[in-house]
Design a protein around this ligand. Sequence first.
Ligand SMILES: *Cc1c(COP(=O)(O)O)cnc(C)c1O
Length: 338
Amino acid sequence: MEKIDWNKLSFGYQKTNYNTRCYYRDNKWGEIEVTGSEIINMHISATCLHYGQEAFEGLKAFRGKDGRIRVFRWDENAKRLNTSADGIRMANVPQKLFKEMVWKTISLNSEFVPPYGTGAALYIRPLLLGTGAEIGVKPASEYLFMIFVTPVGPYFKEGLKPVNMMISRDYDRAAPLGTGNIKVGGNYAGSLNAIQNAHDQNFTNVVFLDAKEKKYIDECGPANFFAIKDNTYITPKSKSILPSITNKSLITLAEDMGLKVERRKVPVEELGTFEEAGACGTAAVISPIGTIYDPAAKKTYSYYENEPGPVSMELYSRLTSIQLGDTEDKYGWVEFVD
Ligand SMILES: *Cc1c(COP(=O)(O)O)cnc(C)c1O
């Protein structure tokens, strides 16, 4: 292995030694296979290629001060993968198999788990694909569950930097009763035009509104939205939002900090009343939001524009110190690999 400059690592894909795979055939899961190949060999008529039978997960492993490797809330990812699988009629992955493959994939690539203090982590990407050949629209009878890992640098190299967002008025991410609440590739394909449109106008990402009434805040790019005001943590409630494990964890920590928590509809006009706003997800934990532009009203809502707000910063440091093992893991969110 070439020596990795951990401090220069970007948030991108880098080859590691091995990935793990398991096939579902004849109504049962087979043996776990280990391979060094980055290629999947599959039937040209596989349902994942034509009809979007594909779901994924994203979680991270961290090396603590003690050198040991910790995985954050893997069981939540295992559960969510099956919710996604059910949402597009794919075979479920037993929690035990999920864990065994996560552990195996990390152990086989342990030299790629970044050292403590670099801000970097090992990103774990489980993937569930319909591999059975069909040409009519129906669920496949064969599936591939696989996991690969890649070391990733901190999302914000110079510390948390507020981003500028734009409300998406021309594109929706997911239909009101569609697949917005599950982690499937199709939602991402459907969001690419909105994101490109925002990039073209120099915004980092988009804030999607509810597709039905266009009145309420929905997802925030590929992350959940949260805001702070009057000592309250507020996050949208909607059937088309993906239930973020980071958001769920921040809610627990916010309550710990003595904040009230409100999970409810968040009308666009309320953006003008927030003290802090942010996006949350595994990749960045928190991306503080500096400004949100609404093209319909030609109006910009602004928050902390140059540095993260104090509550966002406190939430961020509480969560990351649990992940790294720097503070007590009182909720049992972290499990050791070695
Ligand atoms: C994965 C994802 C998130 C973040 O979820 P985490 O579990 O916190 O990583 C938020 N929104 C969408 C659309 C996602 O796909």
